[in-house]
Write a protein of this length. Sequence first.
Length: 97
Amino acid sequence: LIWLAMANEELPPWETLETEHGPMKIREFGPAEGPLMVLIHGMKDEEFIRNEWNPVALKLAAASFHVIVPDFHSAPLALRPGRLSGEVLRELFPTLC
């Protein structure tokens, strides 16, 4: 049902972000000057998981938030679910933001 509700909403394209660990994909929603929200997907490497935050991101963007949705499954090994440490995530945030 979520996908049906989103069918009329256009999603921003995935963009490549260069990190110190290598390239990863991100999707940005809303105005760049809005308050920042970073939405992180679940652990399973499935298309549904990559897109699970889209309905929330669209609503936040409509409320003038700047939303970043990183795709950690497309990222270098050190950034993938199950391998990404809290320390590496903290180091990654300045690049994401």
